[in-house]
Ligand binder design. Structure first.
Ligand code: PEP
Length: 251
């Protein structure tokens, strides 16, 4: 039985003060973690306020990125060891904005996944195709390649515990949502890919999110699909009322 996971991705938005205002607004209003796991991925500077709130609430926390080394001469990077010490639960890796703007490769993402597990946190691994790839009929092969590369060398137990976010690039921040059927089709494909790389039990346990213009108006339909276990949500997760509607989509 996979617990649904609704995660907000704040990207480069909100200050520590705004983070405090956000958590004050959602306090006491999140679903029980056994029903729906709720996560906020925030800029590193906002994580202390988020982690402090999470200690006494149902919320889990995520960094939006980390480096694959724990320490050393890597100016400007964030250490997974430090994130773990701070009490952060998840790290989002491989977001298309990081792949696109910051030239992150599949190899970097694989090294980061290993570093996150080494530091007792859980990766949320993003994958997704461009519109050109989809129109050329290359999306399935592309996604399978991204998954294979990201998971390389991870154990079946690790893969069963992690989260994969399918985020078609053409649907992120564009207002263009993939239809629930398109999202389901690719999430089912990702699950089959995991089964072929590992086994059926691992594939049955891994949680797969859809991301790309998810909002209160479409979350129910998306979450009704068999292979979709959650959402990774940008714009609609910035406002407390909207995040609460997403988190409480079952009500
Ligand atoms: C995202 O930030 O990963 C995302 C899917 O953004 P949006 O929900 O705004 O499309």
């Amino acid at each position: 039985m996979r617990t649904p996971i609704i995660a907000g991705n704040w990207k480069l938005n909100k200050s520590p003060k705004e983070t405090q205002e956000f958590v004050d607004a959602i306090a006491g209003k999140l679903p029980a973690a056994s029903k729906v796991e709720t996560v906020i991925a925030a800029p590193a500077v906002d994580l202390p306020a988020l982690v402090a709130f999470a200690k006494n609430s149902e919320l889990k926390t995520a960094a939006e990125n980390c480096y694959f080394e724990d320490e050393g001469a890597f100016t400007g990077e964030t250490s997974p060891k430090v994130l773990s010490e701070m009490g952060v639960d998840y790290v989002v890796i491989g977001h298309s904005e990081r792949r696109g703007y910051f030239h992150e490769t599949d190899e970097d993402i694989n090294k980061k996944a290993k570093a996150i597990f080494r530091n007792n946190m859980t990766p949320i691994i993003c994958c997704g195709e461009t519109l050109e790839q989809r129109e050329a009929g290359e999306a399935e092969g592309w996604i399978a390649g991204q998954i294979k590369a990201a998971l390389d060398g991870l154990s079946a137990e690790q893969v069963a515990s992690l989260v994969i976010a399918y985020e078609p690039i053409w649907a992120i921040g564009t207002g263009k949502t993939a239809t629930a059927d398109q999202a389901e089709e690719m999430c089912a494909h990702i699950r089959k890919t995991v089964a072929s790389l590992y086994n059926e039990a691992t594939a049955a346990n891994v949680r797969i999110q859809y991301g790309g213009s998810v909002k209160p108006a479409n979350v129910k339909e998306i979450m009704s699909k068999e292979d979709i276990d959650g959402g990774l949500i940008g714009g609609a997760a910035l406002v407390p009322e909207s995040f609460l509607e997403l988190a409480n989509y079952q009500d």
